[in-house]
Unconditional design. Structure first.
Lengths: 413, 308
C-alpha cells in the first residue's frame, strides 16, 4: 500500500470513529431540588447507563426553595433540562398548562399499573393528563428515638393523655419532648400533617371539605389547630427561633425524644447519625391513634423543549420500572411510588404498616395548592401568627377560609 | 443638509455611545419595559392572556389578600428606611465627625466601620442568623454567660421582635457607607471656615452646628436618597434570614419579597402558581414610589446647593 493510501485510510478511520461517537452519545440534563440525593442519583444514573451506554444523564440539583423559580424561568425561556424533577399537585399544573412538559400517560405504559390516588400527584386537572412518573410517597407520623424511650421506660402513646405523659417524662429526663420548631413556616405545615388528622378525623372531613359540604370553620378543624397550640410547651425550647436544620440536628443527635416529621427524615437521619434507632407511631387523639397524612412528593417528567425526546423517554421509562423503584427505596430509605416495591428496612416497613392501618391525604398540599393564595401559604403563615399569640385560632380559621374562597370552586358563594 | 453636516462633525461620537446604548437597552430598558407591559395583561401561570388595562393595579390596591400584604409590606419598607435613616443621621454622623479628627488609630476604626458594607447581604444575613439562634447562637451564649439568660428570646421568630432585629442588622451592614461619605464631605470643607470660627470664638458644638452641618447638608441629603432607594428595594437580607414569605406571619415582609412571592409562587410552600401580572403591578408601584421620592429628593437637594 502506498503511503498516500495509508494516510487516506487513516483519515477515513478517524472520521468514522468521530462520527460514531457523535452519533452514539446523547447528553440528557436532569434538574432537581434534591441537593441531598446527589450520590444516590449518580448511582441510579450509572445503573441506567450500564444498560443504555448511548445516553449520558447529568444530574443537577438546585436549592430547594429556589428550584421552582429557576426551573420555570428556564423552561419559559426555551431552555432548561431534558428531564425535570417535578413538584406534585399544584406545583406541576402551571408547567403542564403552559405546555412546557410532555404528557406521558399515552407514552409510558408502566403508568397504568400505578395506584390512581398516587397518579393524582402528577395529574393536570384541566385535561386529566399525567405529566410525570411519581417517585416517592411521603408519610407524616411521629418519629421517636427508640434508645431514649427504652432508657426512660416509655411506651408508644396510644392516647393524647399518654402522649402528654410521655412528653413530660422526656422533659424530666433532660430531653426535648419534640424536636419541632416553628421558625420556618413550612415546618408548621408538616407539624399540622402529623397532628391534625387525628382531630379533624381524616378522610370524612377531607371529602366533605373538598366537596364544599363543610368549610374551615368546622369544629373538627378548629379542634385540630387548638391541639397544635396545646403542644407548644413540648416543642423545642424557643421553638419560634428553631429552624429545620436545628430540628434535624437535635433529633439526630439524641437531644429530643420525638419528631413530627416526614418519612423522608429516615434517610436524612441515617446520614447524620447511623446509630440512631427510629420508631414511629400515628399521632393519637383522646380515644386512640389517628390516621397518618400521606402524599406524593413529586414526579419525573420531560421538558417539551428537549431535542432528545426519545432518549428522555427511555430514561423516564427506566424510572418507572420496579427495578428502579426498589433501588430508590433501598438507597434513599424512602417509599417508592412504583407499584410492587417493598421496603427493606424495618423503620420504613413500620411506616408502611401505619399507612395500611389508617391514612388520609395530606390536606393542604394535595387539595388546596391550586390557586394563590394557596391553602399552604395561608395555613403556614396564619399558624405562625397563632404560635406567636398574635392571632386566635378563630381568626386563623377565618383567614384560611377567606383566602381559599377567593379561588377554590367549592367555596365560591 | 443640516443633519448631514452634524453627522459629519459628530458622527464618531455615535460609535462611542453605541456599545453602551445597546447594552443598556438590552439589559435594562428592554426588561423594564416588558415588565411594565406584563402588568397590563392577565396571566394564567406562565401564559399571557388578554389585555386587562389597569386591573392588576386595582387588584393590588383593593383585592384581599393582596391589598393587606401590599400596605403591610410598604409599612415595613418605611420602617426599614426610617430606622436606618435615624441611625445613620445620628450615630453615623457622630462617627464621621469623630473620625474626621484623625486621631491615632482612627484609620483602623474607619476600616472597621466600613467593612460590613463590603460584605454581601447573603453573608451578613447568614452570620447574624447563626449568631441570633436562641439555643446555641453567640448572642444568646454571651447573654447567658453574664447571667442575663432570661433576656434570650427567639428574636427572629417572634412577630413582635423579628422586624426590628432584621432592621438593626440592615442598619449595621449599611452604616459604613454613610459614615464614609460623610467623612469625605467633612474633609472637603475648607479649613478656613473653622479658623474664622475660632477667631470669632466658636466652641466645638457651634463649629459643628453652624459650619459642618450646613455645608454637609447636600451630602446628607444625597446619602439619604440613596438610603431610601436601597431600603425600598431591600430583599436579600430578609430572603436570607427569614425567607421569601417574610415570616413569622408576614412580620418581616417587604415589597420585594411580596413581589417575588406573587410572581413565582411562595417557594417555602413548595409550589404555588405565580401571578405574573399582579406581581408586575407591584414592581411598577415600587418603581413609582422610589422614582417619585428620589426625584423630589434630588430637586430639593439642588435647591439646597443653590442656596449655598
Amino acid at each position: 500500500m502506498s503511503n498516500r493510501k495509508v494516510r487516506l485510510l487513516g483519515f477515513i478511520a478517524a472520521g468514522l470513529l468521530l462520527a460514531s461517537s457523535a452519533v452514539a452519545q446523547t447528553n440528557l440534563n436532569f434538574w432537581s431540588w434534591r441537593t441531598e440525593d446527589v450520590d444516590a442519583y449518580s448511582a441510579f444514573i450509572e445503573e441506567f447507563h450500564a444498560e443504555n451506554p448511548d445516553i449520558i444523564v447529568t444530574f443537577t440539583p438546585y436549592q430547594n426553595t429556589e428550584y421552582n423559580t429557576i426551573l420555570s424561568t428556564a423552561l419559559q425561556g426555551g431552555g432548561g433540562p431534558d428531564i425535570v424533577h417535578l413538584r406534585a399537585y399544584g406545583g406541576l399544573e402551571p408547567l403542564a398548562e403552559a405546555g412546557l412538559i410532555v404528557r406521558l400517560d399515552d407514552k409510558v405504559a408502566a403508568l397504568e399499573d400505578f395506584d390512581p390516588s398516587i397518579l393524582l400527584g402528577a395529574t393536570n386537572r384541566e385535561d386529566g393528563g399525567i405529566y410525570g412518573v411519581p417517585f416517592a410517597i411521603q408519610v407524616i407520623p411521629v418519629l421517636y428515638n427508640v434508645g431514649i424511650f427504652e432508657e426512660l421506660g416509655l411506651q408508644e402513646p396510644q392516647t393524647w393523655d399518654e402522649l402528654i405523659t410521655v412528653s413530660e417524662a422526656l422533659q424530666a429526663g433532660g430531653y426535648y419532648a419534640f424536636a419541632n420548631g416553628s421558625s420556618e413556616p413550612w415546618t408548621l405545615e408538616t407539624l399540622f400533617g402529623g397532628v391534625a388528622p387525628a382531630f379533624y378525623g381524616g378522610n370524612d372531613f377531607f371529602n366533605e371539605l373538598v366537596a364544599g359540604e363543610t368549610d374551615f370553620s368546622d369544629p373538627r378543624f378548629v379542634e385540630a389547630l387548638e391541639r397544635m397550640l396545646a403542644l407548644r410547651p413540648y416543642l423545642a425550647p424557643n421553638h419560634q427561633g428553631v429552624n429545620y436544620s436545628d430540628m434535624q440536628t437535635s433529633f439526630a443527635f439524641e437531644m429530643a425524644g420525638m419528631l413530627v416529621g416526614g418519612s423522608y427524615e429516615l434517610g436524612a437521619m441515617a446520614d447524620l447519625n447511623p446509630d440512631l434507632r427510629i420508631g414511629s407511631f400515628p399521632f393519637p387523639n383522646d380515644d386512640g391513634p389517628g390516621p397518618v397524612s400521606v402524599y406524593v412528593d413529586g414526579s419525573y417528567g420531560i421538558s417539551s423543549n428537549s431535542p432528545h425526546q426519545d432518549e428522555a423517554l427511555r430514561f423516564i421509562e427506566f424510572l418507572a420500572t420496579r427495578e428502579f423503584g426498589q433501588m430508590f427505596t433501598d438507597t434513599l430509605q424512602q417509599l417508592s411510588a412504583v407499584p410492587g416495591v417493598s421496603p427493606t428496612g424495618q423503620e420504613l416497613s413500620d411506616i408502611v404498616e401505619l399507612v395500611d392501618a389508617d391514612s388520609t391525604s395530606f390536606l393542604f398540599l394535595t387539595a388546596f395548592r391550586f390557586g394563590q393564595p394557596s391553602g399552604s401559604t395561608l395555613l403556614q403563615n396564619e399558624l405562625q401568627a397563632a404560635m406567636g399569640d398574635t392571632k386566635t385560632v378563630d381568626e386563623v380559621v377565618a383567614v384560611i377560609q377567606q383566602g381559599i374562597a377567593t379561588w377554590h370552586p367549592a367555596f365560591n358563594d | 443638509m443640516h443633519a448631514r453636516k452634524w453627522l459629519r462633525r459628530h458622527g464618531h461620537l455615535l460609535i462611542f455611545l453605541l456599545p453602551g446604548l445597546i447594552l443598556y437597552s438590552a439589559f435594562m430598558a428592554y426588561p423594564l419595559l416588558t415588565s411594565l407591559s406584563y402588568s397590563l395583561y392577565d396571566w394564567r401561570g406562565l401564559l399571557r392572556q388578554e389585555f386587562v388595562g389597569f386591573e392588576n393595579f386595582v387588584t393590588v390596591l383593593t383585592r384581599w389578600p393582596y391589598n393587606e400584604r401590599f400596605w403591610n409590606a410598604l409599612g415595613h419598607n418605611a420602617i426599614f428606611f426610617g430606622i436606618t435613616f435615624a441611625i445613620q443621621s445620628t450615630l453615623g454622623l457622630a462617627l464621621a465627625v469623630l473620625l474626621a479628627r484623625k486621631w491615632r488609630g482612627f484609620a483602623l476604626l474607619q476600616a472597621t466601620y466600613f467593612m460590613p458594607f463590603t460584605l454581601s447581604a447573603v453573608v451578613v444575613g447568614f452570620l447574624w442568623l447563626l449568631m441570633l439562634n436562641p439555643n446555641w447562637g453567640a448572642v444568646a451564649q454571651a447573654l447567658r454567660s453574664v447571667g442575663l439568660g432570661d433576656m434570650v428570646q427567639p428574636w427572629l421568630g417572634q412577630p413582635a421582635t423579628a422586624l426590628l432585629t432584621v432592621v438593626l442588622v440592615n442598619a449595621w451592614s449599611w452604616l459604613g457607607f454613610p459614615v464614609l461619605v460623610f467623612l469625605a464631605g467633612i474633609q472637603g470643607i475648607p479649613r478656613e471656615y473653622y479658623e474664622a470660627g475660632i477667631v470669632d470664638g466658636t466652641n466645638g458644638w457651634q463649629a459643628f452646628r453652624f459650619i459642618t452641618l450646613p455645608l454637609l447638608l447636600p451630602t446628607i441629603m444625597m446619602v439619604s436618597i440613596l438610603t431610601f432607594i436601597y431600603n425600598f428595594n431591600a430583599f436579600e437580607l430578609v430572603f436570607v434570614m427569614q425567607g421569601a414569605s417574610g415570616p413569622p406571619a408576614y412580620s418581616t415582609d417587604l415589597l420585594a419579597t411580596f413581589f417575588y412571592r406573587t410572581a413565582f409562587g411562595d417557594p417555602t410552600t413548595g409550589g404555588e402558581p405565580g401571578q405574573i401580572g399582579i406581581a408586575s403591578a407591584i414592581a411598577v408601584f415600587m418603581l413609582i414610589i422610589i422614582g417619585t421620592v428620589s426625584y423630589f429628593g434630588v430637586r430639593y437637594n439642588q435647591r439646597i446647593q443653590e442656596g449655598i
